[in-house]
Design a protein around this ligand. Structure first.
Ligand code: AQP
Length: 335
């Protein structure tokens, strides 16, 4: 069975973008893969996180993942900082990846913005840590949103260079798994910008713990244009906000843009937004309720995460120790 790894940052409450672009696909992959699901707190601190908020958000993220259907018994759910192998392999990869490769990463440019000089060096080498997350388990399939595709290509470049430099065939090639018509969900305030849990505007996103009234208000206020919905997908060109709402509807109903427009083409945004709100509430209300229940039982949540970290380390430690041996590190404990 192929091994899958994916991670999500506890940098806020997960959004509809995280759900449709990642978490929902994770749950679907569990049927026929061996999966590791990781709350990547090491990645989260590449931008400043208040320590108390990070602790709370890490547990909230784990609870949301479980509420969405992540199975911690047949698969593994854990916090990244609890498995030392990630940071150990990341250091080796910092020494394998080339500056020129990192300079091409568009996510660094987006996230560092104009204040590049003030960005953390962790943000710059973030893709090396992401490569380590995956390669520490010899995972070969990684479900990600479209925005992460470039980082996976880099992870493959790092693996190839490591294999070449040390004359081995040790790290396998990784395949991205990108699913569905709404692989990239955009901000409700600006259809050209990704929906993000750390966007300063709460109105830009649907959080997975938003209640029905909040969802209705956010969709009602979502930016649109004055035209009715077109009847064909080409009519969505140059209309990023309309495309985004249609894409969300398509993803929630497991169809595509064309099918949604067949049903709703010609409608104004009023009725379409009402239909979309009903769909969202139907999908997200049970997740919010289950998340609450799990957060009210911290002992169970901690036990799941402890066991997850132990099982993850049991896979990663021997792989990373072998990488260290290949590099030439002496491990007196193993001689
Ligand atoms: N808007 C999105 N549409 C589709 N997929 C998305 N993902 C994130 N936003 C969207 C996917 O969710 C997974 C986990 O992402 P992450 O939390 O590790 O980092 P991120 O991509 O930086 O997500 P955010 O919400 O934008 O976080 P912040 O605001 O902290 O930077 C990934 O697979 C990602 O593709």
């Amino acid at each position: 069975m192929q091994r899958v790894f994916s991670g999500i940052q506890p940098s806020g409450i997960p959004t509809l973008g995280n759900y449709l672009g990642a978490i929902r696909n994770w749950v679907r992959l569990q049927d026929d893969h061996a999966c590791l699901w990781c709350v990547v707190d090491l990645h989260a601190i590449t931008a400043w996180q208040d320590p108390a908020a990070l602790r709370r958000q890490s547990l909230e993220m784990a609870a949301v993942l479980l509420a969405c259907g992540v199975d911690p018994v047949r698969h593994i759910l854990f916090l990244q900082s609890g498995v030392r192998a990630h940071a150990q392999l990341a250091w080796i990869f910092n020494c394998v990846a080339r500056l020129g490769w990192l300079n091409r990463m568009t996510q660094f440019k987006d996230k560092a913005g104009k204040d590049r000089e003030n960005a953390s060096s962790g943000l710059y080498v973030y893709p090396n840590l992401m490569a380590a997350d995956i390669h520490a388990y010899h995972a070969t399939r990684v479900p990600v949103g479209d925005d992460q595709r470039q980082h996976l290509e880099l992870a493959n470049d790092i693996a190839q260079k490591f294999n070449h430099d040390y004359g081995v065939d040790f790290f396998p090639n990784i395949e991205p798994v990108i699913v569905g018509p709404a692989a990239r969900v955009m901000s409700l305030r600006d259809g050209t910008k990704k929906m993000s849990k750390s966007d300063p505007s709460d109105q830009s996103r649907i959080n997975l713990n938003d209640d029905a009234d909040t969802i209705a208000l956010k969709i009602r206020r979502a930016k649109t244009d004055p035209l009715p919905l077109p009847s064909g997908v080409e009519g969505l060109n140059e209309r990023p906000e309309a495309r985004n709402l249609v894409g969300i509807y398509a993803a929630l109903t497991d169809t595509d843009h064309a099918s949604v427009l067949k049903m709703h083409g010609g409608e104004g945004f009023g009725p379409f937004k009402s239909a979309l709100t009903a769909l969202l509430i139907d999908k997200l209300a049970p997740i919010a309720a289950e998340t609450d229940r799990l957060l009210n039982d911290p002992a169970t949540l901690m036990a799941i995460l402890r066991s997850g970290a132990e099982r993850a380390a049991a896979i990663a430690d021997p792989i990373v120790q072998e990488a260290e041996r290949l590099v030439g590190f002496v491990n007196p404990g193993r001689c």
